[in-house]
Each structure stands twice: as C-alpha cells, then as structure tokens.
Design a protein around this ligand. Structure first.
Ligand code: KG4
Ligand code: ZN
Length: 382
C-alpha cells in the first residue's frame, strides 16, 4: 500500500496529483497556455514565475480533492527531467521543501517514464471503492509510444522501471511539428487539438507531403523535413492568395495525415521486426514470407501497446494505430491491443503519471537524496 504525491513542472503546466496503489485520487493541472499563447511557444522565465505562483495552491488542491493529509503521504515524487530547466527547478525545490518539512522520502521521476506508463493509471470509481490495480502482475514486456510536444519515442517496457528505447525522433517531435505548422497557419499555440478539429473539415489528399526516413533501416523518426515542406507550400499558397478557409482545413488534414503516416510506417516496421531487442529492421524476405504466409509469427515480445503524450489524445492517430494492429493480426495471427490513458487529461502533461511512476520506484524503495537531486533538462530514459 502506498500513497504518493506527484509534482510536475517540466514545461508550461503546474501539476500535482495523488496516486494510491495505481488509482488516481486527484490530478490538478494549472495550465499556462494563456500566458504563452502570445509568444507562439513557451517563454521559460514566465513559465518559472507562473509555476512559483501556482504550485502551492495546486498541491493543496491535490491533497484536498484526494481527501488525504500530509501524514497519509508515503513519498513525494517529482519530475527531474527532461524539460525546461527554469521550470523543472520550481517543482524540484518545492518537492525538496515538502520532503524536509514533512519528513517524507523523495523520488526523482523521468517525465518520459510518466508518459510511457500513463495508460496504466486507473480512475477512482464513483463509489470510491478501491480495488487492486495489479499493474505489476500484468503481462510484460509492453511497447510504449510516447508522442508529445517534446518527444516521439518507441520504448520497450521490459517491466515497470526497466526501459529500452527502440526509436526516437532525431530532430523535432510530432507535436512540435503540428504546433509549428499551426503557427504558420495562424492557429495559435498549441495547435495540435485545433489541427485535429480542422482536419475533420479538410481533404487530407489535397497537399502531398513527404513520407520521411523510409530509406533508413531503424525505428527513428524525423519531422523537420515535413515542417520545411509545409512551410514552402503555405508560402506558395499565400503568394498566390489561395490560403482561404478551405485551404487551411485541407492543410490541417494533410499535415496531420503526413505526421501520423510517418509514425505508423515506423510502427509497422517495428511490429514486423525479426529481433526487436537487437533493433533488427525487417528485411524484404521477411516481408515477402509474411505475405505468402510462409512465416507464421515473428515472436514479438509484447502483446500490448501503451499510448501516451499530448498527441495521443488525437482520435485519428488512435484509429490509425488500431487499424494497423488489425492488419498485423490478419497477417501474423498475433493479437496486439492498444491501451490509451483513461482520460485525455492524462495524455497531456500531468502529475498523476509522475505519481504513478513514483509508485513504481517506491515499490523498489528507490529514493533520491535531497542534497543530490538536481534538475536534468536533457535526461534520457534508460
Ligand atoms: O504531452 P504534452 O502536453 O507536452 C509535452 O510533454 O510535450 O504535449 C503537448 C503537445 C502539443 O504539441 C500539442 O499541440 C499536442 O500535444 N496535442 C495534440 C492534441 N492535443 C494536444 N496533437 C494532436 N491532436 C490533439 N488532439
Ligand atoms: Zn510531456
């Protein structure tokens, strides 16, 4: 049994949450979107100031909504990275203060781990009954797909707390690409959710954008070429006076299609990999054999995909993933299911996922020393 307080200030959301044995008791997020919108991106010093102003009330609210006292808390988990250095600083120093004041162990969490495991969090039922969330006893490994504004990664979760990065973006993240194209279309910041709405009214085939990295035999991603191609096409439309409302809808649909097709292309290769742990890309022979049913199965080490990150809220992305999982099942007779966070609030940055990752560390009694804990803006997942 454990009750963990999580704190996240990695970017532009100040968040605190309480997780009790894998169940979310509260998850408070104070968004700074209004502050940063005018700059078309996150302004680090303003983010730091807003975290300082918001965090004490956010933590108090998380405790109140969860109906727990400081004496009930077993540990304080806080994001140590990756993220914006000045923003991370606020969460870490506040977690240290709480840990000292209330004599609680401190847990340092990798923000990426939070996104990777966010789909495992369960909501407290309306009646308030807490059954077991046996995430430890589930079948492992699982594949995590973290697609956000800062990250786009394929991660093999051997078991909770043990991660292998299979692929990652070599430049921009998927959400970053959508946000940048959104800015070119004057959609405001962040643009991902609006692009999803506009895409519903547009034709995804009107603007043909490239499919990146098809010549690279790895599971890495790249979105900067798409962004450049989009910029050129938008400039052409503007010069010709053709960037009307329908063109914006069509562009939203086309860029969304291109970003997701790239992720799906690499995911498809990954599912057909002959040896995932060695990052072995499928060769032509394997493909052919699969199509002619000579090769029955590829012994993938996982049966479930966990989706996380802000872009994971997108219904079109979820549909595309489910679609290729069905096609994969037809081809290989292997059933792989997709698990998404139970609420869209858990896709975007939030402290519930940090408290949940904190619970994983708590069970292993992996604590951080107050004097050693420092922000790590470029922290990788290992
Ligand atoms: O996870 P997140 O809140 O922050 C990071 O850790 O980066 O992700 C924010 C990103 C932004 O780029 C935003 O535009 C994108 O997620 N996003 C979406 C949607 N909602 C948020 N992208 C596509 N479709 C959405 N519905
Ligand atoms: Zn994030």
């Amino acid at each position: 049994m454990s009750i963990i307080l999580g704190i996240d200030t990695s970017c532009d959301d100040s968040s605190a949450a309480i997780i009790k044995d894998g169940w979310q008791l509260s998850n408070i997020v104070a968004s700074q979107n209004q502050i940063h919108r005018q700059y078309g991106g996150v302004f680090p010093t303003l983010a730091k100031q807003a975290h300082r102003e918001n965090l004490p009330a956010v933590v108090a609210m998380a405790l109140k909504q969860a109906r727990v006292q400081w004496s009930d808390i077993d540990a304080v988990a806080v994001t140590k990275g990756p993220g914006l250095a000045p923003a991370l600083e606020v969460g870490i120093s506040s977690a240290k203060n709480f840990a000292t004041l209330y004599q609680k162990p401190l847990i340092a969490v990798n923000h990426l781990e939070g996104h990777a495991v966010s789909a495992l969090i369960k909501p407290l039922s309306k009646k308030g009954s807490v059954q077991k969330n046996d995430w430890q006893g589930e079948s492992w490994p699982k594949l995590a797909l973290v697609i956000s504004g800062g990250h786009s990664e394929f991660i093999l979760i051997e078991k909770p707390g043990q991660y292998q990065k299979l692929g990652y973006t070599i430049d921009d993240a998927a959400g970053e690409c959508l946000d940048k194209v959104g800015r070119l279309l004057n959609l405001g910041y962040p643009a991902g959710a609006l692009i999803e709405e506009f895409a519903k009214k547009g034709h995804a085939q009107r603007f043909v954008l490239p499919l990146p990295m098809t010549d690279r035999p790895d599971f890495n991603l790249s979105f900067s070429g798409l962004k450049t191609a989009a910029r050129q096409k938008i400039a052409e439309l503007e010069n010709q006076g053709q960037l009307d409302q329908q063109a914006i809808f069509d562009f939203a649909a086309s860029i969304q299609e291109a970003v997701f097709n790239h992720i799906i292309y690499k995911l498809e290769r990954l599912l057909l990999s002959s040896n995932l742990r060695k990052l072995q890309y499928p060769d032509r022979k394997t493909f052919k054999n699969l199509q002619t049913k000579k090769e029955k199965s590829l012994a993938l080490p996982f049966q479930e995909i966990l989706l996380g990150g802000g872009v994971a809220a997108n219904t079109c992305l979820r549909q595309k993933i489910r679609h290729i999982l069905q096609a994969h099942q037809k081809l290989t007779k292997q059933k792989i299911s997709l698990r998404t966070p139970y609420s869209k609030k858990l896709c975007a940055d939030n402290a519930s996922m940090i408290a949940f990752a904190g619970e994983i560390a708590f069970r292993k009694q992996k604590f951080a020393k107050i004097e050693d804990l420092e922000r790590q803006p470029n922290l990788a997942l290992s």
